[in-house]
Ligand binder design. Structure first.
Ligand code: NAD
Length: 309
C-alpha cells in the first residue's frame, strides 16, 4: 500500500497482525448506557416510556434464553417490557390476534416475534404482520424495502450492530472492498445493503460461490455469517483486514465462530472474538431500535401545529 493510500487509515489497519481484538462486550455496554441516558431524557421531556413486547411461541430453551436476555436489557436501560408466551401448539390465529393487539397498543413501541417458531407456524408471515413502525427487528418486507431504497426505517439489529463496531474501531468504508459471507434475510442481505449505503464496494458470497478463499483474500473488510466452525482459514485473510465473525457455533469445546480465530488474528488488523464480539451488539441495537420506534411514534401522535396562516 503506498503512503498516499494510508491517509485516514487507523494505525492498526496499516500493518498485518497481530490483530486488535475488538471488544464487542464493552462497546455494547457503552451503547446500552447511551440508550439508557436517551430514554431518561425522552421520558423526562414528556415522551411516553418506550415499551418492547416479545412474543415467544413454544418451549425452545435457546429462544427462552434469548428472550430473557432481551427483557434484562430493557430493564437496564429503562425500557418497559411485556413478555407474551404461547404454547407450542398455539394456532396461527391466536398468534396473529396477539400481534394485532400489540400493533394497536399505544404502550408498545416495538414488537419482536422470537424465531424460530414451531413448524406448524409461518415465522415470515407472523413477522410480516408486525406494524412497520414497531418492527424493531427490521425484518418485515416494509423495513427491508426501506433499507434497499435508502429510506428511513428500522434496521435489522445484528447488521446494524456490525456497522456500529466498524464505526467504533474507525474503519473507513468508503471505497473499501467488503465481503459478506452468507446471504440470509436475517443478516447477509441487510448487511450488504448497509455497507453499500456506506459506499463500500460490496460482494456477497454464499454456498454456491466459487473460490471463497480468493474472495476473502481480496477483502479489506471480511464479515462472515454462515454457521460453520472454522470455515474461514487464517491463510484466506488479507493482511491488515478487519474481520467480523458473526457465526455462533456450539461445539464440544464451547462457543466458536466461523473464522479460525487464532490463525486469522495473526494476520488481520482487527478481529472480533466469539463469544464477546458481534453477539452482544444485537441486543444493544434492539434497545436503540425500540427507543427510535418510540420517538418516531411520539412524533406521529403529536397533533399538527395549527397557525393562523
Ligand atoms: P442461515 O443458515 O440463514 O444462512 C447461512 C448462509 O451461509 C447461507 O446464505 C448460505 O448460502 C451460506 N453458506 C453456507 N455454507 C457456505 C459455504 N460453505 N460457503 C459460503 N457460504 C455458505 O444463517 P444466518 O441466520 O445468517 O446465521 C449465520 C450464522 O450467524 C449462524 O451461526 C448464526 O448463529 C449467526 N448469527 C449470529 C447473530 C448474533 O450474533 N446475534 C445473529 C444472526 C446470526
Amino acid at each position: 500500500m503506498g503512503l498516499s493510500n494510508l491517509r485516514g487509515v487507523p494505525d492498526w489497519q496499516r500493518r498485518a497482525g497481530p490483530a486488535t481484538i475488538i471488544d464487542g462486550k464493552a462497546i455494547a455496554a457503552r451503547l446500552r448506557q447511551e440508550v439508557g441516558r436517551e430514554v431518561a431524557t425522552f421520558t423526562a421531556a414528556g415522551g411516553r416510556p418506550p415499551g418492547l413486547a416479545t412474543v415467544l411461541v413454544g418451549d425452545d430453551p435457546a429462544s427462552a434464553v434469548y428472550v430473557a436476555a432481551k427483557h434484562r436489557a430493557c430493564e437496564e436501560v429503562g425500557i418497559r417490557s411485556f413478555a407474551h408466551r404461547l404454547g407450542a401448539d398455539a394456532p396461527s390465529g391466536e398468534v396473529e390476534a396477539l400481534i394485532d393487539r400489540l400493533n394497536a397498543d399505544p404502550a408498545v413501541s416495538g414488537i419482536l416475534c422470537q424465531l424460530p417458531v414451531p413448524p406448524h407456524l409461518d415465522g415470515v408471515a407472523l413477522t410480516g404482520r408486525i406494524a412497520a413502525g414497531k418492527d424493531v427487528d427490521g425484518l418485515t418486507v416494509a423495513s427491508a424495502g426501506a433499507l434497499a431504497l435508502g429510506r428511513a426505517g428500522l434496521r435489522p439489529c445484528t447488521p446494524a450492530g456490525v456497522m456500529r463496531l466498524l464505526e467504533e474501531v474507525g474503519v473507513e468504508l468508503c471505497g473499501t472492498n467488503a465481503l459478506v459471507v452468507g446471504r440470509s434475510n436475517l443478516f447477509g442481505k441487510p448487511m450488504g445493503q448497509l455497507l453499500l449505503a456506506a459506499d463500500a464496494t460490496v460482494t456477497i458470497a454464499h454456498r454456491r460461490s466459487k473460490d471463497l478463499p480468493l474472495l476473502c483474500r481480496r477483502a479489506d473488510v471480511l464479515i462472515v455469517a454462515v454457521g460453520r466452525p472454522g470455515l474461514v482459514q487464517g491463510s484466506w485473510v488479507k493482511p491488515g483486514a478487519t474481520v467480523l465473525d458473526v457465526g455462533i457455533n456450539r461445539t464440544s469445546d464451547g462457543l466458536c465462530g466461523d473464522v479460525d480465530f487464532a490463525a486469522a488474528a495473526a494476520i488481520a488488523g482487527a478481529i472480533t472474538p466469539v463469544p464477546g464480539g458481534v453477539g452482544p451488539l444485537t441486543i444493544a441495537m434492539l434497545m436503540r431500535n425500540t427507543l427510535e420506534a418510540a420517538r418516531e411514534r411520539q412524533g406521529s401522535e403529536r397533533p399538527a401545529v395549527l397557525t393562523a396562516e
